[in-house]
Design a protein around this ligand. Structure first.
Ligand code: SF4
Ligand code: SF4
Length: 384
């Protein structure tokens, strides 16, 4: 498929969806944040709802302005969500398109969100066909696991979070206990999906100590891989952890500075994560450092976040470098013309695309569109 054809496909799907949505709703959808949100590392986050009552002590959604007191499902229908995504300038439909991630700022399988989550999954599969991932801490019984497979398709990338067994009651007071989450893994596997254990946040002194036990149990339940993630703290998170007697000085030793206000400070735990890899590799599960890699692996496409070029590649069996699309310069030129970009010249190498743009202005989505479609890092050089 030529690069331009992806944008043409997006236009056609957008037009079709706009005819299926009642006129009175079109304006509501056009104002929805899904029409303009920029993708982040895991992909474009799809919000099935807002807020969460699990109240995990390490959670930063309150610092982002969302509630711990209740859950509000998204006001969009599945059809409307699909339409909203086609309005998003950063979004590209299809298997090689933008990764979609469900599970931030709410719990997708909280009882209030379940139906919205399933409906969103269904419409993404029906109209867009993008790689889709979800993360959860809820108990997914066999019927729900089957529904997820039937609505989303058997390629969906499920992540089930367990970061501690011993301290779960303290740190995740309202979430189902880890033993039920291990059952979720088992049920997802039984219906033919490929669940991965989501070890995020990695809490120094807790997750690294328990990693072996957690992975051992997940392995017996059929998990195919483990995502060993990071940890971002805020002032509020630190004070919550302190209130239950955790040694926060030990955690703060991994931060470059003490967080203030609602700023999120990532811990520098590269060594801890590498230590976990060493500790759990005997279990023969696939290991990833980023959620996007789990999604890429499950869908058998090159990681949209280019981890094998940028950083964090564990050289998993997905071997993204082999799956990277081959690109000829004329295809890139056609795409630039289609997007109305005035350019002087371009160069394409194995890892990078460089575009010399005439003038200082170009569409803000250009770097993301180019890197998603070509699976190369993108550099835009502006000229007078
Ligand atoms: S389940 Fe997720 S969203 Fe909900 S409180 Fe815990 S970390 Fe936050
Ligand atoms: S090969 Fe590397 S970059 Fe690709 S999915 Fe696996 S870990 Fe990620």
């Amino acid at each position: 498929m030529k690069l331009v054809e992806y944008l043409e496909l997006k236009r056609r799907v957008r037009e079709k969806l706009s005819t299926l949505i009642p006129e009175s709703r079109l304006k509501v959808v056009q104002r929805d944040p899904h029409t303009r949100r920029k993708p982040i590392g895991c992909g474009l986050t799809v919000h099935v709802g807002y807020g969460c009552t699990n109240r995990c002590l390490y959670c930063y959604i309150q610092d982002m302005g969302f509630s711990f007191k209740g859950v509000k499902p998204s006001p969009l229908s599945g059809l409307e969500l699909a339409y909203a995504l086609t309005l998003n300038p950063y979004f590209i439909p299809g298997k090689l398109g933008t990764f979609l991630a469900i599970g931030s700022i709410t719990e997708p399988f909280h009882r209030v969100n379940v139906n919205v989550t399933l409906e969103f999954m269904r419409y993404v599969r029906l109209y867009l066909g993008n790689p889709l991932q979800f993360s959860t801490k809820m108990y997914l019984d066999i019927d729900l696991a089957r529904k997820i497979r039937d609505f989303a398709g058997s390629n969906i990338s499920p992540l089930v979070t367990v970061v501690t067994i011993r301290f779960s009651e303290k740190l995740e007071p309202n979430a189902p206990p880890p033993q039920l989450r291990f059952e979720s893994i088992e049920n997802l596997r039984r219906v033919g999906l490929k669940p991965q254990l989501f070890m995020r946040p990695v809490i120094p002194g807790i997750t690294d100590i328990e990693a072996k036990d957690i992975v051992a149990e997940a392995k017996t339940r059929g998990v195919v891989g483990v995502v060993i993630g990071g940890f971002r703290v805020t002032k509020r998170i630190i004070s919550r952890l302190r209130s239950v007697g955790l040694n926060v000085d030990y955690i703060l030793a991994y931060t470059p500075k003490t967080p203030t206000g609602s700023e999120q400070i990532p811990l520098n735990i590269t060594d801890i994560r590498r230590g976990i890899v060493e500790n759990v590799k005997e279990y023969g599960v696939i290991l990833h450092f980023h959620a996007c890699c789990a999604c890429a692996f499950t869908h058998s496409v090159p990681c949209w976040n280019l981890c094998w070029i940028r950083n964090g590649c564990t050289k998993c069996p997905n071997q993204c470098w082999i799956k990277q699309p081959s690109i000829d310069e004329s295809s890139v030129c056609d795409l630039l013309e289609y997007m109305g970009v005035k350019f002087k010249d371009i160069s394409v190498t194995t890892d990078r695309i460089t575009v010399h743009v005439r003038g200082k202005v170009y569409p803000r989505e250009l770097p993301i569109i180019l890197s998603t479609l070509t699976r190369r890092t993108t550099s835009i050089v502006t000229e007078k």
